[in-house]
Each structure stands twice: as structure tokens, then as C-alpha cells.
Ligand binder design. Structure first.
Ligand code: FE
Length: 216
């Protein structure tokens, strides 16, 4: 893809060609070994911290963006028109979110995001990418068989729903605006945000229903 220009970003944007580690990954690994060896960090604590950013803290920013778009049609329009600016309105931006595009799901069309070359991901709204997002099988199969991949994620869409796959790059990163779940008319913005899962903003999942949200 012509606009998939990763070459200028090699220093901060590791490519995973097989098992080869990038210079940055090697440095991180070396640093981690030293910190563990000297007893400054506990590897388990580090894993917990990373998991927190990957699944809890990071994606909550995106969830706020989605909830605002569900509540406020004018915000939704701004978000679809210029995502970077609309996301900045809520205070989120910076590295990995310089050029954002938000694509909205409808009953006719479901959007799903992948980075076929490496792992481009909108950090300011979603945090750290999950391991599967960076994995070669997801990166190749999301394009070849998106419906099959979705089924493995537990998402079974009607045959009439088109699936559109967006290839994120370092220059343009996508986020999905999922459809607002039914039965949420009475919920306020904070309660709506609680229904927005990370995967629903990548397109490999759907938001929780209000009943699921209460249990979560
Ligand atoms: Fe990438």
C-alpha cells in the first residue's frame, strides 16, 4: 500500500519480521533485564502494569469519545468529519493519534481495523495494542477472511452486513464507532462509556448490552 509508509519511523515503530527484534525492542528487553536483575522491578508487577494499560486505562479514553458521540449528534458529526480534532476536544491526543479517522458502524456496514504491516494503533484513545492485534495471523486473516475472524471473536454478523477492513498506518490510524446498544435510552454518558469495550473500537467486538454492563 503506497501510503503505508513505515520506513521513516523505523526507530520508533518496530516492524516484526518474524522473530527478529527491532533495536527498540532489544533496548527495552535489555533495560527490563537490568531492572529485574537489580531488583528494581518485579516482572509480575510489570505484566500487571502493561495489562492495565492494554485493557483498562488506555481504552477508557476511546470509550468516552464513543459515549459522547452516542449522546451528542453534533459531536458525532465532528468526529466523523475530523476525528483528530474531535478527539482533542476531549483532551486526548499526541503520539500515535496525530492523524485519526473514525469509521461508524451501521446495520448495513461493520468496520474492522488492522495494521497489515506491523501494529499501528491509536494509542491516545485505545492504549497499548493487545497481543493478538500484533500477531501475523490476525494481520493477514483480517483482510482475507474478516467474517471468519469476527466469528472467532464471537461476533456473528448478519449476512446482509458488509464488512469493511481498514488498514492503519503510522500516518493514519483508525478507530471504530460502534452502534449504540438497544435499551440504553435512559443511560447517561458515563454509564454508556462503561458499555464500550476495547474490541468494539477495533471492530472485533460489539459494545456490551445494558444487562451485560451491569454484570461487568
Ligand atoms: Fe503498523
Amino acid at each position: 500500500m503506497a501510503d503505508h509508509d513505515h520506513h521513516d519511523h523505523a526507530h520508533d515503530h518496530p516492524h516484526d519480521h518474524g522473530s527478529e527484534l527491532s533495536p527498540m525492542e532489544l533496548r527495552v528487553r535489555a533495560l527490563e533485564s537490568i531492572l529485574v536483575e537489580k531488583g528494581y522491578v518485579d516482572p509480575a508487577a510489570l505484566d500487571t502494569l502493561i495489562d492495565t494499560y492494554e485493557t483498562k486505562i488506555g481504552p477508557r479514553n476511546g470509550a468516552q469519545v464513543v459515549a459522547r458521540a452516542w449522546m451528542d449528534p453534533a459531536y458525532r458529526a465532528r468526529l466523523l468529519d475530523d476525528a483528530t480534532a474531535a478527539i482533542r476536544e476531549l483532551g486526548f491526543g499526541g503520539r500515535g493519534g496525530e492523524h485519526m479517522m473514525v469509521v461508524a458502524n451501521t446495520p448495513e456496514e461493520h468496520n474492522m481495523v488492522v495494521c497489515t504491516l506491523c501494529s499501528c494503533y491509536p494509542w491516545p484513545v485505545l492504549g497499548l495494542p493487545p497481543v493478538w492485534y500484533k500477531s501475523p495471523p490476525y494481520r493477514s486473516r483480517a483482510v482475507i477472511d474478516p467474517r471468519g475472524v469476527l466469528r472467532e471473536f464471537g461476533v456473528d454478523l448478519p449476512a446482509t452486513t458488509r464488512i469493511r477492513v481498514w488498514d492503519s498506518t503510522a500516518e493514519l490510524r483508525y478507530m471504530v464507532l460502534p452502534m449504540r446498544p438497544a435499551g440504553t435510552e435512559q443511560l447517561d454518558e458515563a454509564a454508556l462509556a462503561d458499555l464500550v469495550t476495547r474490541d468494539s473500537m477495533i471492530g472485533t467486538g460489539l459494545p456490551l448490552s445494558p444487562e451485560q454492563g451491569v454484570r461487568a
